[in-house]
Design a protein around this ligand. Sequence first.
Ligand SMILES: *[C@@H]1O[C@H](CO)[C@@H](O)[C@H](O)[C@H]1NC(C)=O
Ligand SMILES: *[C@@H]1O[C@H](CO)[C@@H](O)[C@H](O)[C@H]1NC(C)=O
Ligand SMILES: *[C@@H]1O[C@H](CO)[C@@H](O)[C@H](O)[C@H]1NC(C)=O
Ligand SMILES: *[C@@H]1O[C@H](CO)[C@@H](O)[C@H](O)[C@H]1NC(C)=O
Length: 375
Amino acid sequence: MKIIILFCIITLTCGFFGNVVSNDNHLPYKAIFNFGDSISDTGNAMKSFGPMPSNSPYGSTYFKHPAGRLSNGRLIIDFIAGAYGLPFLPALHNLTKDQDIMKGVNFAFAGSSALEYKFFAQHAVTPPGTNNSLSVQLGWFKELKPSLCKSKKACDRYFKKSLFFVGEIGGNDILSYVLTNKPVTEIREIVPLMVEAIANTTSALIKEGVTELVIPGNFPIGCNAAFLSIVDSKKKEDYDELGCLIPYNTLVEYFNEQLKCAIDTLRQNNPQAQIIYFDYYNDAKRLYQAPQKYGFTSDKNEILKACCGSNAPYNVDVKKPCGTNGTTVCSDPSKQINWDGAHLTEAAYRMIAKGLVEGPFANPSLKTPPFKIAA
Ligand SMILES: *[C@@H]1O[C@H](CO)[C@@H](O)[C@H](O)[C@H]1NC(C)=O
Ligand SMILES: *[C@@H]1O[C@H](CO)[C@@H](O)[C@H](O)[C@H]1NC(C)=O
Ligand SMILES: *[C@@H]1O[C@H](CO)[C@@H](O)[C@H](O)[C@H]1NC(C)=O
Ligand SMILES: *[C@@H]1O[C@H](CO)[C@@H](O)[C@H](O)[C@H]1NC(C)=O
């Protein structure tokens, strides 16, 4: 008798766990919504600007075709969605009938800035590649909202179980200044405004009923092949022991500190909301510090180079970007952190996602993911 009861308990328990992974009702988040730039765009810009040629190396490692993403495969947001049992985030401007917007939508647009497009012209700075800045993306969300939930009560109930990402955004604001040859001191001056733009969007989302948000900081852009190539400093003292540009990493550290202060204020003003900081900076920096530990090449020069690009310093020539005639792809993209200059490889995004979901680079942590980060 005892044995039979025990057996029943085991089968019931197993059945229950079986449901946890197959039944959406038990997933920690019902939906993920994302705002940002090319770091998390899953097809919006590419849908608007026209597709890449089918033989493009973009997407080649995972999707086997350019899948709207500026990498050789999946992005951080793809790995996170997978760990929470949710599908790849559909891009707002490329929604298809088989995609369920109730599980989330991606508003991120490659090239977009935290500050509004007109700000750059007003300051005589080369504008970003698109005017779909963070506030424009917020407008898209407000337009879509009635298709997600009808009443305030229904929206509150739905958003309570949804996760919102505000960023990463701001990399293109900095890039615009760098492309205009502005000194770092001048870029520092716009940091408070960039942070304010991110805080404003976060507040606006909380007003809409959103209760759980992630705000990522920025990456160590001083180690980024595009910045290294564009800045092209001849001063030896500008480089650290890894070969990264100290002034640009210091700039991002300053940005991230300001952002964390703004997050503290948002938390105080909105005690009902959970606001999580994602430390992209240290999560990515460790990859450059000990690349072999994470499966990348241990060659100190190679690790800073783009996998896909031209025969130029860091393999980056802004006039001959990855995928254009005459450019090459490295033999093993999984050994490189950098994909095309500005963007990282799927292998790097995967390690970064692991550091966020499995710790310790999210503060506080997200809800416990039901799945491991995909291989
Ligand atoms: C748009 O969606 C279709 C169908 O899901 C997909 O095949 C295509 O690659 C997407 N386009 C972009 C630019 O992401
Ligand atoms: C801004 O975006 C709109 C579409 O939303 C487009 O029609 C317009 O040309 C863009 N303006 C600039 C300056 O890029
Ligand atoms: C943030 O919102 C405030 C209040 O609406 C506004 O005055 C300010 O200009 C906004 N800042 C940015 C950078 O958009
Ligand atoms: C690519 O470059 C090669 C050699 O430089 C040239 O023969 C070919 O026409 C170019 N193709 C295109 C599409 O520009």
